[in-house]
Design a protein around this ligand. Structure first.
Ligand code: ADP
Ligand code: TYD
Length: 204
């Protein structure tokens, strides 16, 4: 049996990841693939428990390193328990955020730098996505889209922080051009979806 694919979606808060993931899932299911959807931090009982701690807006005293390690711990469990077994079964796995989120938010946003890469490489045992779709959207526009919904601890960070996250994503796209495909996410939902499907079609 042939292996499946591991596809991740990245981008700032409100960049349209959930919207586009649903559309890609429908497309792939229409082609007869079995699709596994998951999200970070979360996707397993243990990882969802860790998510509660990380995103709790009362946890204002959390250090940047603790935050980084908790994201990496949630990720290690998700790779072992869900992602790797599903890809080995031949499924299409789509994950809402992965290692690049820790690079953008903790390495660039919090300013921890490349130690975040080393921690994550160890956490996932070098298991990286076949394709990463980066939804590029100015952070002000992204935050504007989600201003009506309850904000978690990370979303409540300053606009300077979200600007550094955005710039971090642009740097990652340059660093890993074969894996990360950046897309202009300021356009209409259908136009963006078509571009994503074209990219995925080339892989299947
Ligand atoms: P994310 O998962 O990245 O936080 P969502 O998919 O939840 O983003 O989208 C955030 C909000 O923006 C939702 O209300 C969604 O309906 C809306 N939205 C998504 N894509 C677009 C788009 N291309 N143009 C305008 N609004 C969008
Ligand atoms: P998520 O639930 O995907 O939020 P949204 O749907 O708004 O995009 O992610 C929760 C928050 O955690 C989000 O603000 C990004 C942040 N995050 C990190 O800071 N580092 C990470 O490694 C991950 C996976 C997420």
């Amino acid at each position: 049996m042939s292996k499946g694919l591991f596809i991740t979606f990245e981008g700032g808060d409100g960049s349209g990841k959930s919207t586009q993931i649903e559309k890609l899932k429908d497309y792939l299911e229409g082609k007869g693939f079995h699709v596994v959807l998951t999200r970070e931090p979360g996707g397993t009982k243990i990882s969802e428990d860790i998510r509660e701690i990380i995103l709790d807006s009362r946890n204002t005293e959390m250090s940047d390193m603790t935050e980084t390690l908790l994201y990496a711990a949630a990720r290690a469990q998700l790779v072992e328990q869900v992602i790797r077994p599903a890809v080995e079964r031949g499924d299409m796995v789509i994950c809402d955020r992965f290692v690049d989120s820790s690079m953008a938010y903790q390495a660039y946003g919090r300013g921890l730098g490349d130690i975040v890469w080393d921690i994550n490489k160890n956490a996932v045992g070098d298991y990286m996505p076949d394709l990463t779709i980066l939804l590029r959207l100015d952070p002000e526009a992204g935050m504007g889209r989600i201003s009506g919904r309850k904000q978690d601890r990370i979303e409540l960070s300053s606009s300077d922080f979200h600007r550094r996250v955005y710039e971090g994503y642009l740097a990652l796209e340059k660093r890993f051009p074969d894996r990360i495909k950046g897309i202009d996410a300021s356009r209409g939902i259908e136009e963006i979806s078509e571009e994503i499907i074209n990219i995925v079609q080339d892989l299947i």
